[in-house]
Design a protein around this ligand. Structure first.
Ligand code: HGY
Ligand code: MN
Ligand code: MN
Length: 421
């Protein structure tokens, strides 16, 4: 099974962790951030955009330089494989590299680059593992170009979803189908995998994107699960008319309706979910969007998060009734139930933190991640590092270098023990 000259599990895992190279990891974060760099230090790299395709090309070249094979699938997920001694179900890690329009350098990217750094560390330490190690790059996790979010990982675990995604279009009318074709033209040499092969485990390293670890002054978070999410679009209709000539009582102003509806929806969310409620009305479109024309159509989004599945289901019922009362149309965009991660993988993460003498806090993720789908496919868990000032989805997103390196070391330790199961 394993090479007899190979020291025991923990020593091997410790050697892998110690071989993480701080300079190489931090440099890779800056190099990837250059693809879609914003003048304010953030990143704008929409899923399967030209900048995303360039970034993918860079990462495929890095993977080949590390001696890895790269494959893809129907949803343009990338899989970077370090071979194992046995052709056993792999251990998987990874995250996403698509960003918010005014995103940071670390959301998703850190997990991908730390995965590649773990491969480089294993190579430097001359360590083989029984199982292969796969670093995945999941397509369209953010869901801001194409809805729903976590599209690539959801299609990986349930390929029957793909046909329902292909006609999803971005704000410019470009469909996912067309974007996938661009990806095929950019990376024509990548072999395409069939449906998802079994995996031994999946571990995703990510920034917390909130304030808990920093407030507790703890460098690592062992993530026990992810709260649930609901995305909706609400459509409010009015009648376009002249801003100067139309008396107020005569107006059917779509924005007046939308503002009243927003207030009702927020009231529902807060009274239903209490202190755990997170409700956001982040994307608005107004037609004709002219200073001196009364809006005829207003569409806005709702992003509702809560750890309690019953609250989420009740929210669905209440907002549908609310839309009817306000004469608005409602379109569900995305829904995922709360997720609890695997105890054995959590125990491996705990062991890695102990091995590195690193304090760790157990917490639930407020943000969703690809791990919420991978948890349906194989034993899954996540590891967090702190976000400075709890900020993310913002160019100011940052994490102390010592935390970035410690997170990568804990990931290397965990992946190595799992790869030698
Ligand atoms: O929206 C989310 O929770 C994730 O950051 N895409
Ligand atoms: Mn993310
Ligand atoms: Mn994000």
């Amino acid at each position: 099974m394993m090479r007899t000259d190979q020291p025991a599990h923990d020593d091997v895992a410790r050697r892998a962790a110690e071989s993480i190279d701080e300079t190489r990891l931090l440099a890779s974060i800056e190099t990837l951030a250059a693809f879609g760099a914003r003048p304010d230090g953030g990143v704008n790299r929409p899923a399967l955009s030209a900048t995303d395709l360039d970034a993918r090309r860079y990462l495929v070249e890095r993977a080949h330089a590390l001696g890895c094979a790269v494959s893809t699938d129907a949803c343009a997920n990338l899989f970077i494989r370090r071979p194992g001694i046995d052709d056993a179900p792999p251990v998987m890690t990874g995250s996403h590299i698509d960003t918010q329009p005014s995103g940071g350098k670390l959301d998703g990217c850190y997990g991908v680059l730390a995965g590649l750094e773990c491969i480089a560390a294993l190579n430097d330490a001359g360590l083989s593992t029984r199982r292969p190690l796969d670093v995945a790059i999941w397509t369209n996790e953010e869901g801001t170009r194409f809805a729903p979010g976590a599209m690539g990982s959801s299609a990986f675990v349930e390929p029957a979803r793909m046909p329902t995604y292909l006609d999803a279009a971005d704000a410019g009318g470009v469909t996912l189908r067309a974007a996938l074709e661009s990806h095929r033209r950019t990376l024509p040499e990548l072999p395409s995998r069939g449906d998802a092969p079994p995996a031994h485990a999946f571990v995703e390293l990510h920034i917390e994107q909130g304030p808990q670890l920093e407030n507790a002054d703890v460098p690592l978070g062992v993530v026990t699960g992810i709260q649930g999410v609901r995305w909706y679009a609400f459509h409010c209709e009015g009648v376009a008319a002249h801003a100067g000539t139309t008396p107020m009582p005569m107006r059917r102003d779509a924005m007046t309706l939308a503002v009243a509806l927003r207030a009702s929806l927020e009231e529902i969310a807060v009274s239903l979910g209490g202190e755990h409620t997170r409700v956001t009305f982040g994307r608005w479109s107004v037609t004709p969007n002219s200073i001196n024309t009364i809006p005829s159509d207003v569409t806005f989004s709702v992003d509702f998060r809560h750890p309690d599945a019953h609250v989420l289901d009740t929210f669905d019922t209440l907002v549908a009734a609310c839309a009817r009362r306000h004469g608005a149309r409602i379109a569900p965009l995305f829904a995922h139930t709360p997720v609890r991660f695997d105890c054995e993988v959590l125990a491996r993460l705990d062991a890695a933190c102990r091995a590195l003498d690193a304090p760790a806090l157990r917490l639930t993720s407020g943000a969703f991640h690809d791990a919420m789908y991978l948890a349906q496919h194989c034993p899954t868990a996540m590891l967090f590092v702190p976000s400075r000032d709890g900020i993310s989805h913002n160019p100011a997103e940052a994490t102390d270098a010592r935390h970035l390196v410690l997170g990568a070391r804990a990931l290397a330790h965990t992946l190595t023990t799992l790869c030698n199961d």
